[in-house]
Structure formats: C-alpha cells, structure tokens
Design a protein around this ligand. Sequence first.
Ligand code: AHR
Length: 659
Amino acid sequence: MNRRLTLLSAFSFIASVWIYSQGVNNIIVHTNKIGTEIQPTMYGHFFEDINYGADGGLYAELVKNRSFEFPQNFMGWSIFGNVKLLNDGPFEKNPHYVRLSYSGHPAKSTGIENEGFFGIGVKAEQNYRFSVWARGEKQKIRVELIDNDSMGETQVLIAQELGINSKEWKKYELILTPKQTLDKSHLRIFLTSDGTVDLEHVSLFPTDTWKGRENGLRKDLVQALADTKPGVFRFPGGCIVEGTDLTTRYNWKNSVGPVENRPLNENRWHYSFQHRFFPDYFQTYGMGFYEMFLLAEDMGAEPLPVLSCGLACQFQNTDEDAHVKLSDLKPYIQDALDLIEFANGSTDTKWGGLRAEMGHPEPFNLKFIGIGNEQWGPEYPERLKPFVEAIRKEYPDMKIIGSSGPNSEGKDFEYLWPEMKKLKVDLVDEHFYRPEEWFLNSGNRYDNYDRKGPKVFAGEYACHGKGKKWNHFYASLLEAAFLTGVERNADIVYMATYAPLLAHIEGWQWRPDLIWFDNLRSVRTCSWYVQYLYGHNKGTNVIPLTMNNKAVSGQDGQNGLFASAVLDKDDNTYILKVVNTSDKGQKLNIEFKGIKKSLAITDGKCITLHSDNLDAENTLDDPNRIIPIEKSISVDDNVLNTEIEKMTFAVYKFKLSKK
Ligand code: AHR
C-alpha cells in the first residue's frame, strides 16, 4: 500500500514537472480546506457628492438652486421683467423666494428661467412633476420646458398653465409631458396674470424615479449601483464629511426632515481643483441621510455612514484653530449618538421618531459607523478616543471604523494603524488611489497583516493609469488582480469599495470613476464590470488555491497571474478568479484536489473580461465595448485544462454534484 502511494506521488510529481516544463501553470484548488467566511459586506459602494454625484446626478431634481439660496441667489436662473428677491419665506432655513409682479404692460413679460445642471434632460412622452410653493390671489403662471439652443430660436417643448389662488403659502403641482427628447432643455415660468405671485422651492423631477419615489433618485444610476449587488454602502464621503472648514462639514442633521427646510451647504468640490472649477456646485441635501439609508436598504447593502471627528479637512487646514478643541467635541459626539438613534432608535425617541415621520418606522439596522475620513497626526486618535468611548457605552455592538489616513503606506499610515489598534476600533479604513505598478505589486498586500487587530475596510481605491486614459481596460484588469488578494485574505479584509462612484461627464472633478453619466445616459466602466463580477461571485468561504505551494499573487515566476478561489456553500459552486496580467496567453492546469469520491465537479462556465486594446474604455456613445463574455467549459476528472488569454480577467464557476 505504502509502495503504491509512493509510486503515485512520484508519478504526480513527475506529471507536474512535465506540465510545468510545457509552460503550463499548474494550479491546485484545495477543496478539502474550507477557509474563512467571506463577509457579506465584502464588495460595496463608496458614495460622495463629488463630480455632481448627488445634486445634478443621483438625486433626480432637475432644477438648480431651487430655493434661491445660492450665495448669488439667482445663480442658475435668468430673470426678466419685474422680479424681486425676498427673504422672509415660509422655510426658516431657506428663507429666500422670488416675487413676480406684472410689468405694467402686457407685452413685457415677467418670469424666471432655470438652466438645470448642464441643461435639463427630458425624454419624450415621460412625465415630469413640476412643483412649487406659491402664494397669490387669482393669479396664473405658465410653466414651460423649452429648447432655446436650436438655431437661436426658442421652441416650447411643453407648456401648462397653473392657477395660484391662496393668500398663504401652498404647494402646487402639475405634470409636464414633453413630446420630444432633449438633453439640455430649460424650465421657464411666466407670470401670465396682472398681479403678483411669490414662488419658492421650484422643483422638477421625473415621475419615473427609482421605485417611483417623489424626491427620488435617478433610476438608471441606482440600477447601475444595485446591479453590482453591493454588500455595503458608505456615505456621504469622502472629504465632504470633513468640510473645508467645520461649518461646511457634512452635517447629517441638516439633511433630514422636509426637503424644503434643509439648508444649503457649500460643496468643497466646487473649488477644490482650480482647473476643474464649478462655482455652481452646492449641496442642497435633497438626497440626505434618510435617502441614503433607504438606498442602502433597497440595494440590500449595509449602510455605513461616516461622520466628522471634529477635524476640518487637514489638507486645507494646517492651523490648529481650524479644528474643534477637545474640550468642545461633545456636540460632535452627540451627533454620532443621535445618528445611531435616527437609524435604529424606537419611534418614541426624538430621532427615531423623525425617521418614522419621514416614512420609515422600522429601524434601518445600522451596524457600522465611521468616525473621520482622511485624518492624520495625533490630533485624530485623541479626538476619536472619546467617540469610541461614548459609542461603546451606549451601543456596545456598533462596529466603529477608524482611518489610516490618505495613503496606503508611509509615515501617517505607519503611525495610525497602531493607534487604531490601541483604540480597539473594529475596522480601519485604508485609501489607495495608486498607479499601475502599485496594483501589480500589491497582490499580496494583506497576506501578512496582523490577524489579531482590527479588520480592514479598503474604503477608497482605484487604479490610476498613466497618460490620458482614465477608465481604460488595463486599470480595471489590475483592480481585478488586486482583488484576488483581498478575497484570499477575507479573514482580515471585510469591505472594499472603489472610489469615486459617479461622475457627470461635463462636471467631474476627479477621475477615474466607476460610472459616468450625462443628463440622459449613463455608462458602466470596465471597473464597474470588475465590481460586478466580484459582487456576483463573492461566494461564502475562501478556498486555498496555490501554484508551486504559493498563493498566486503575481509574484516573480508566476507569469503575471493572480488567482483566488471561493466556495459558494448556498449554491454548491466553486468559483475561481484568475487574472492574467501578462502579454501572453497562459495555459492553466487547475486541479480540484480533495473532492470526495462520491462527488464531482461538473461542467461549468467561464466568464471573461478582456480587451485587445488596453487603452480601450466604455463610453456613453459606446457603452458595451468591453463587457463580460460567458462560455461553457468542461472539466475532466476534476481537472480543468484551459488557456487564459493575455490580459484577461476570468471567472470560472463549477457546480459540485453527486456522481
Ligand atoms: O474620492 C475622492 C476623494 O479622495 C475623497 O473625497 C477623499 O476621501 C479622498 O481624498
């Protein structure tokens, strides 16, 4: 018996040497070693109002500066005739409104026109809900969608009259259904009677929002988020959490309650980069924390809010005084405790009651909270500490996320990780916007991380390719390669989110981004497809996968290959992800070792993402240039012999069934 075994192992050794000498990569999937559980939160989304991601993007409001609260109150509007701005309106936190009065001559019109966000995109035969708060007696306005770009002439796409007859402020609505599609229409309102009307909170939404909600979100964009099956949804940023100064930090309490009374906030992305200056970029908070919790719930993702730790953006503020003193931190900590109450508290609490009033009596089951975004220096841990103590005291089960700063390594990173361990946070947020080389060399980043400390949240990452190509195929291929290392180390990495998420093609500040859009269309980038393939093939447990007894992480001698394997217990499926970053096709001999005799790996499928042109990208005009292709694939005696094309991300899936 022993002799037989020795002979067998000698044979298999010779076979593997032979295979190797034939230029075959001999990979073993150790199916008898079911490894660590993969967290349901593993692949998710990072959302921030950057690149017109919320206002002008995901938030489906089509009117810019609807409450006349921008510092230049008529920004986004043109006015004609007898129009006045007043500031004793019905909404305390947005007091401005306009008064339209008869010009004194029937030929001289009075009115206002809104340009939207890079125009107002409307589709033929779709309904748009116009609403306005107004007061006036026996007055009339005409509401129009117009095309004033074509050949210098204004064409009215659709117009409707609205009677205003209330002394007191009242909300009025009508539906506009244009007959033609136009990406850059304008909204125009004329006073058509001979008196005075006051108008406030002038709004226009498609009725066909995500789930048909009023004050809703743009359907195609939410669909693109939901389609990756995200396990976690981080919001509201990013740097906007911190603010350029503390008064402009994201204040969640201002983002809940009736939309009309959510005060405007500056958006730091309007001026952060002078070469991408957008003076009309503000946060209306129309898509606030309630809407973000709801979105996470809709997508089946864990909500992960991140709050200010009392430090204003440290890039922009070197002065100590810009930050909250430790002795004044209490209200910030209270904000965090109140947010947990808003999300989870019973309806008879102050903040849980507000959640119920807004339409969600059931709790949102918040489990994670981030404190601080990209912070550094001793000023961060000393502020984080009292947050951790207070949250632990009231909500011992809440998972707290601390930051390791803006860099993936280096002085701040080295300093903060031990500090986070001392504070015993549950997860540490790491950010890496890094070049191609970094991604190629980081397949084993997490292999030797300390297993006893906090877990990792790879909270913002993207491969920043060279040259002019930004969302090109090669960058996404390297992200796929890097993620094999994340997956392999699922015992320490609990979450990973690409960043940023959304970008308006005319209004971006930062790229690459996961999804691009204009006023009517959106495109899923190659990086999106990588997220999609990981999100849909997450599995439940890691299975060790080796080549020459080593993890396959693109190291020397591994032919540019990166690979990981998981088992999906719910589906009895083995899923292998292999990324060939080399410029040659690679032969693969993949052995599923340890399969019980009564069971077999049956034929499965192989899904590949590939482009012959590494610089190619999906665009709004050519959105399906690079998409996954699925083929059937056969295994023979639990061994898969195949070849992975050069520069390809492949997902192999096999069912485990009874013989
Ligand atoms: O994702 C863009 C920005 O990158 C985020 O706001 C910030 O956290 C990081 O610097």
